[in-house]
Design a protein around this ligand. Structure first.
Ligand code: MRU
Length: 385
């Protein structure tokens, strides 16, 4: 059963803000995860940031507490928190933590200098996901709008409120993506996903995985195949775990098996997240996504990207300008404690790739679905409402 192509929904302002109970009969009693948030802020402006340490999953579900910008930076760099929207939220809170080092009576020049310093520092944590820079820029823009009229202390409070808004808005955005995207999913169909674009990668609920959660909540039976996602296994460690936590039927496969399962007719659609989408629709996402898109095209399977509007980078005409993070050789040679390659071997480890817009059936945003994917349709969907 194939999902329908070419659906385009106009922007609508209805956000689903309430938790809808799952209508599938496969809800696992192990719901621990749902009581622990991917990110949570404890206290007021002088509080701290808690986050699930995703490097420990699925063996351990543990939170760490960040009391300064340095700990947030390290958590983003080491992928304790990962996924484009989640690192944007973490960075916004990181700005708040960085400003806590200012004395209570700091004047505006000292405040501005510290804000610039913290923002520039957090921006060096990871290069590809534009949501990180989007969130930092939004925090800076908020501060700048208040420099004329407010004291440093008041601006600090306003920035804390802004970080809270970024966090809360992401919850609503994910629900809206799920609401739009689930219409593409037919009852009884099977979908493939790559990496983790779920609640762990966002405030809650996810982008690509939101389609599956919303479809299940609307009473549809679905099956998901999760690529394990070498080298850091976000698909195996995080997506398979998260889907099981939420009672979705999931089958884990190695990345190299995607071609076969498509050929065998087991896949009706592909849904993935995004780290940065250029003005023409070229999309950066976890390494291996491009290969999945090529395979989907070869097998006539629709390939969807699910992402918030904040993941678009309209300053880039196409995907060739997207900075691709390169990570250390150890992730490939001894990823999880066991050496699996000869000492001294040369390694190339790009963490993301770019899928050309021509391979993407549609992009699901909180405002609706962009399909066909073109610069014109993207500009129309993103134009101010
Ligand atoms: O390196 P990661 O784990 O941060 O990569 C994450 C992805 O590629 C996700 O698919 C993307 O950020 C979208 S998350 C909603």
């Amino acid at each position: 059963m194939r999902a329908e192509n070419g659906v385009r929904l106009l922007a609508d302002a209805i956000f689903l803000t309430v938790e809808i109970s799952c209508k599938t009969d496969r809800i696992t009693p192990l719901m621990t995860y749902r009581n622990i948030e991917t990110l949570s802020w404890i206290g007021g402006c002088n509080g701290s940031l808690k986050m699930i340490d995703q490097t420990l999953l699925p063996a351990e579900l543990k939170e760490i507490t960040c009391k300064d910008a340095e700990t947030v930076w390290e958590a983003v760099k080491k992928l304790r928190v990962r996924g484009a929207p989640a690192i944007g939220i973490a960075a916004a809170y990181g700005v708040c933590l960085g400003l806590q080092t200012l004395p209570d009576n700091a004047d505006l020049p000292a405040f501005k200098a510290r804000l610039d310093e913290v923002a520039a520092y957090l921006a060096t944590s990871r290069p590809t996901a534009v949501n990180l820079f989007w969130a930092i820029d939004r925090m800076k823009a908020k501060a700048e709008s208040l420099f004329e009229s407010k004291s440093a202390a008041e601006i600090r409070e306003a920035l804390f409120a802004e970080a809270r808004s970024i966090h809360e808005e992401d919850r609503q955005i994910c629900r809206a993506i799920g609401k739009h995207g689930q219409m593409l999913i037919q009852n009884g169909s099977a979908w493939l996903t790559h990496c983790n674009a779920g609640g762990l990668a966002t405030a809650d609920y996810g982008t690509a995985l939101a389609l599956f959660f919303a479809a299940a909540e609307s009473g549809k039976t679905i099956r998901v195949f999760a690529d394990e996602t070498r080298p850091l296994l976000q698909g195996a460690r995080l997506t398979a775990w998260e889907l099981m936590q939420r009672g979705i039927d999931v089958t884990l496969i190695c990345d190299s098996m995607a071609a076969l399962v498509m050929r065998q007719g087991k896949i009706d659609g592909v849904a993935v997240g995004a780290d940065r989408i250029a003005a023409n629709g070229d999309t950066a996402n976890k390494i291996g996504t491009y290969g999945v898109a090529v395979l989907a095209k070869a097998h006539g399977i629709p390939f969807y990207v699910a992402a918030p509007v904040s993941t678009f980078d309209l300053t880039l005409a196409d995907g060739s300008g997207i900075p691709i993070e390169e990570r250390g050789a150890d992730e490939i040679c001894e990823g999880f404690g066991k050496r699996t390659a000869p000492d001294g071997v040369r390694v190339y480890n790009p963490a993301f790739d770019v899928t050309p817009a021509a391979l993407i059936t549609g992009i699901i945003t909180e405002r609706g679905i962009i399909s066909p994917v073109s610069g014109k349709n993207i500009a129309a969907m993103l134009s101010p409402v």
